[in-house]
Design a protein around this ligand. Structure first.
Ligand code: UD1
Length: 422
């Protein structure tokens, strides 16, 4: 039986919530531990489903992985397997981040293709061409991407688009290549900076982290490291939107506010009062938010992962909003679920126009991915009665203790199990 969330609308959320390390960082850091023989330790890890899934991938490659609360220990042996287990990998897309480390460590990597995704097609062409520029050959074989290289040699690589995943795979291969790699149009997300910091403490020589030009001077060998995972800006942003949507008052800790600069500015434009601190922020909203337009873009632009929350806020805003999705083609599938909740939204290609209404109307809705699921829960908090959110395993993949945190903030929400087939 699948878990569901039963959410009552109407509560004004208030209180303090601490965010854990970022899902989109911890998985890549776990993969980076493959680059050095010995025991690497990650702290501030989020207790989410994707972490044990990544543990399974690494164990399939020969590592011993121990998860103890927010601490993950990865013991990487001298010899690791180059072939990532199909069953472990196909369950989640982020597992493709073992491609770079395996190619660097083993001279070969075989990683099952994760296939399509509810948010759009996610090809690996830039991952492959980046590795090819470093001297590898790559091809697709029986549903897996295979990379092979007798030796990796530094090169000049320019990405067509600042892809997060391609930047990570190129980085984690180039750190052990001979010579220097110049990576232009690299992704600048805080999770990339986090990866560069861990690689640097392992002995890698990287400059330019956080800019679009990375210089990676290859080294012969890396050593294991202990590293604290950067706070999850998407979870923090979700709490910020929860405050704004429920006329609430939420203080979020465990996050550098500069990682959420644009989302917080947007909330300010929508009428929220924002205070920022060194390691957190407070969002307060009185009354109905004003409509604000959005365009999703790579960091430091507005994150595509907060687009469902922006749609939720716009659905109850005073005025009309236009949201343009520039990163993932199918992310607007989420809008169909918002229509069930009574939102007045119209999709046209990669734009959606939303005319705000005073209140959403409760019903059954289905999560299609992690962020859409969280967005639906926030929308349900603004609906008139009780909403049932289905397929919440998606939310569990990325939001630690979501129900417990929401309850502590004053929401009426409970986890239950699906009994009827709708
Ligand atoms: C990561 C995040 C995801 C976030 C996204 C953008 C993880 C686990 N996931 O995904 O939550 O929404 O960054 O911030 O970290 N593309 C290609 N060819 C490639 C690679 C990408 O065409 O070789 C396209 C994708 O289809 C997509 C766009 O580039 O349209 C952005 O993808 P990318 O930045 O690579 O996102 P992910 O790393 O998959």
């Amino acid at each position: 039986m699948k878990d569901i969330f039963i959410v009552s609308g109407g509560a004004r959320l208030h209180g303090t919530v601490k965010v854990a390390g970022a899902k989109n960082s911890v998985l890549k850091l776990m993969a980076a531990a493959l680059l050095a023989e010995g025991t690497s330790v990650l702290t501030n890890c989020p207790e989410i489903l994707d972490v044990p899934l990544m543990k399974k991938v690494l164990e399939g490659l020969g590592c011993t992985v121990t998860i103890d609360g927010d601490r993950v220990e990865i013991d990487t042996p001298a010899q690791i397997s180059s072939d990532a287990d199909f069953d472990a990998v196909r369950q989640f897309r982020a597992s493709v981040c073992v491609l770079g480390p395996l190619t660097a460590r083993c001279g070969r990597a075989k990683v099952a293709l994760p296939g399509g995704d509810a948010i759009g097609s996610r090809p690996l062409d830039m991952h492959q061409s980046g590795l090819e520029r470093l001297g590898a050959t790559t091809h697709i074989e029986h549903g897996a991407v295979v990379a092979q290289a007798d030796r990796l040699v530094g090169s000049h690589i320019k990405l067509d688009f600042p892809s997060v995943g391609a930047t990570e795979n190129i980085l984690t291969a180039a750190v052990l290549a001979e010579g220097t790699t110049f990576l232009d149009n690299a992704a600048r997300e805080p999770e990339i900076v986090d990866l560069c910091e861990m690689l640097t403490s392992m002995g890698a020589k990287i400059s330019g982290a956080g800019t679009s030009s990375l210089t990676i001077e290859g080294v012969k060998k890396l050593s294991p490291a202990t590293h604290e995972v950067v706070g999850d800006r998407i979870v923090a942003g979700t709490w910020a939107y929860a405050a704004a949507m429920t006329s609430g008052d939420i203080t979020v800790t465990g996050i550098a506010p500069r990682h959420l600069h644009l989302p917080l500015e947007k909330l300010k434009s929508a009428g929220a009062e924002i205070e920022t601190y060194e390691n957190g922020f407070r969002v307060r909203m009185e009354g109905r938010p004003a409509a604000v337009d959005y365009q999703t873009l790579p960091f430091p632009g507005f994150p595509t992962d907060l687009q469902p929350m922006a749609i939720g806020l716009s659905a109850i805003a005073d005025g009309t909003t236009m949201i343009t999705e520039n990163v993932f083609e199918s992310r607007f599938r989420f809008v169909d679920e918002m229509l069930r909740l009574g939102a007045d939204a119209q999709v046209d290609g990669h734009h959606v126009v939303i005319r705000g209404i005073e209140q959403l109307s409760s019903t059954h809705v289905w999560s299609s991915d992690i962020r859409a699921g969280a967005g639906l829960v926030l929308a349900a908090l603004c609906a008139d009665e009780v909403t049932t959110v289905h397929d919440v395993f998606h939310i569990d993949r990325g939001y630690p203790r979501f129900v417990e945190n929401l309850s502590a903030l004053g929401a009426t929400i409970e986890r239950s199990q699906e009994e009827t087939i709708y």
